[in-house]
Design a binder for this molecule. Structure first.
Ligand code: AHR
Length: 651
């Protein structure tokens, strides 16, 4: 009998403890809004990795359009009499092809392009074919012609068009074609249809329906996905491609502006990186160059944030010295950084401001930030950064400079570089962390004790890397939980950008990534939706949010932050429950008058931590919205197991 009573008592006590455990009280102090949240807080990191630019966001459909790949006809099939020549009209892209009649009506001369994993066309969409051409001097009547065909995967001709080339001088010709059906693996084919010979250069095919209908435009669904993130900052062009495999292949922004036909080819740093995911045809056309990046930042309403080379080629891929520019010989690199600021902000009377104006944007882009160096480390970095800083500070004192803390989230390089960045007085320090779930769970309080007097933080590349490196729900939940810590520390964390951004399902080197695509479709990962929730509800001021005396940085598996949006007059609560059981949370809002207030609850949960959104199931896990009503100045909510919740209360 006694035993039973004790057992019952024990069970009751356990129950009480469990209940106590399962209920958490959170106090949000609405009386004194804390640090302002920077408009740049949540942004985008862009790099041409995983075919993110050529073959991705950049809507050009022809691979090796200027015949500048080292294997001049890579991506092309040629038949009949096709000769590659090198005295073309574009100085930095001198190669072109000469097509000559093979001398018999039953023979053909022409070319066929395979595109990027296919020339993919959509039913009823219009495509603009363009080419630079001339009839070579020896032609008698100065009129030659070509037939252009879109050929389906089944070898059926989908549509065709004809062009007459009527000048001995190089001229641009174009024609539009409508696809009668969708074909993911079509090809572009050209035939010489006259009996002489003609020269072709910069053979290009774009959908006419690009983002903002621009001619040298971006793929609409992908650019739209970026727009829907509401990013505050747009970092470009990387990543390691800033540095290059060697100095020769670093990203050289000056080559990426001006007429697109004359932007030279650059080998992509990701071409050779992973032998098991090797794409020997991965080059940067620079068709989407710095002008396009600035324009996109403007379209997105995000602050542009270019990163320039500090004169160190990728330190992962190189030993010392031969891949480094000597400290005393950095002048050209420093000049590139200064000229970039002039390109973005100078008026049309300046050399580089004029280049921008001539490209169609007379108004400045109002650049405020520049990053010098990507993932650098060791003493060789600060000694090179220093002369850049001196020159930029002297000429452009209001530009805010970003330095690097190396490739690791902590450790020797990190511990060396942070004090160095403080010594040099950079404005922000770029931190990178690609880490497993356990790291994200343990780092909720990462920034709570950072020195408030030093530089601010730019979490410039981060993502949770689960063992299987998938964009699964678990990784997204870890990021959501961790980001509450960024938000609570918005006085010091001024920018955060997930990385990498894009990946082509047939051409990726690195995962996880925020947005996946093939040539016809795209899918927003679960991680994307987490970024989007932060991007849409960033608030304007941090609110003190405590459980007992402490912020919730992982105690009992909970992570929380709250912000006020002064402009929209809203209170925004974010909370992640990383437990495998539900939790009840009681919010108390100090300083808020009891009243009935409409609210919205947006929640992400998944029955399986390993679920991910795919091209075929793009909405497997998405945020679900529900209207609520808050009465009084308290609020109780049940957090499902493994969930991320955003509650927006109308004040
Ligand atoms: O985001 C992929 C790569 O990760 C970046 O290029 C580099 O900066 C980091 O190592």
């Amino acid at each position: 009998m006694r035993k039973t009573t004790l057992l019952a008592l024990g069970l009751l006590l356990t129950g009480i403890v469990k209940m106590a455990d399962a209920q958490t009280t959170i106090t949000v102090d609405t009386r004194k809004p804390g640090a302002p949240i920077q408009p740049t807080m949540y942004g985008i990191f862009f790099e041409d990795i995983n075919y993110g630019a050529d073959g991705g966001l950049y809507a050009e459909m022809i691979k090796n359009r200027s015949f500048e790949f080292p294997q001049r006809l890579m991506g092309w099939n040629s038949f009949g009499l096709v000769e590659v020549r090198n005295d073309g009209p574009f100085e930095r892209n001198p190669h072109y092809v000469r097509l000559t009649w093979p001398g018999h009506d039953h023979k053909h001369t022409g070319l066929e392009n395979e595109g990027f994993f296919g020339v993919s066309v959509k039913h009823d969409e219009t495509y603009r074919f363009s080419v630079w051409a001339r009839t070579p001097a020896m032609a008698s009547n100065n009129r030659e012609s070509i037939r252009i065909e879109l050929v389906g995967a089944d070898s059926e001709v989908l549509t065709r068009a004809n062009l007459t080339i009527d000048s001995k001088e190089w001229k641009k010709y174009q024609v539009e074609m409508k696809a009668p059906r969708t074909d993911a693996k079509a090809r572009l084919r050209l035939f010489l249809t006259s009996k002489g010979s003609l020269d072709l250069e910069h053979i290009s095919l774009f959908p006419t329906d690009t983002w903002k209908q621009r001619e040298n435009g971006l793929r609409k669904d992908l650019a739209q996905a970026l727009y829907e993130l509401k990013p505050g900052v747009f970092r470009f062009p990387g990543g390691c491609i800033v540095e290059g495999t060697d100095l020769k292949t670093r990203y050289d922004w000056k080559k990426s502006v001006g007429p697109v036909e004359n932007r030279p080819l650059n080998e992509n740093r990701w071409q050779y990186t992973f032998p098991h995911r090797f794409f020997p045809d991965y080059y940067q056309s620079y068709g989407m160059g710095f002008y396009e990046y600035f324009l996109l930042s403007e379209d997105l309403g995000a602050e542009p944030l270019p990163i320039v080379s500090v004169g160190l080629a990728c330190q992962f891929q190189n030993g010392c010295c031969e891949a480094h520019v000597a400290v005393g010989e950095l002048q050209d690199y420093i000049q590139d950084a200064l000229d970039l600021i002039e390109f973005a902000n100078g008026d049309a009377s300046t050399k580089w401001g004029k280049v921008r104006a001539d490209m169609g944007h007379p108004a400045p882009f109002n650049l405020k930030f520049i990053g010098v160096g990507n993932e650098q480390w060791g003493p060789e970095y600060p000694e090179r950064l220093e002369p850049f800083m001196k020159a930029i500070r002297a000429k452009y004192p209001t530009i805010r400079i970003i330095g690097s803390s190396g490739p690791g989230s902590e450790g020797k390089d990190f511990d060396f570089l942070w004090p160095e960045m403080k010594r040099l007085k950079v404005d922000l320090v770029d931190e990178h962390f690609y880490r497993p779930e356990s790291w994200f769970l343990a780092q909720g309080a990462r920034y709570d004790n950072y020195d408030r007097k030093g530089p601010k933080v730019f979490a410039g590349e981060y993502a949770c890397h689960p063992k299987n490196r998938k964009n699964n729900f678990e990784s997204a939940l870890m990021e959501a939980a961790f980001m509450t810590g960024l938000e609570r520390n918005a006085d010091i964390v001024h920018m955060a950008t997930y990385a990498p951004l894009f990946a082509h399902v047939e051409g990726w080197q690195w995962r996880p990534d925020l947005i996946w695509f093939d040539n016809l479709r795209s899918v927003k990962s679960i991680n994307y939706y987490v970024q989007q929730l932060y991007g849409h509800y960033p608030g304007t001021h941090v609110l003190k949010t405590l459980s007992g005396k402490l912020p919730l940085t992982g105690q009992n598996g909970l992570f929380a932050s709250s912000v006020l949006d002064k402009t929209k007059n809203k209170l925004i609560l974010k909370i992640a429950n990383t437990n495998d059981t539900a939790r009840t949370v009681n919010y108390i809002f100090t300083g808020l008058k009891a009243a009935e207030r409409p609210a919205t609850c947006i929640r992400m949960t998944s029955p399986d931590l390993d679920w991910e959104n795919t091209l075929d199931e793009p909405a497997k896990v998405i945020p679900v919205e529900k209207a609520l009503k808050m009465t009084g100045n308290t609020f109780q909510t049940e957090l499902p197991a493994q969930s991320f919740t955003v509650i927006i209360i109308d004040l």
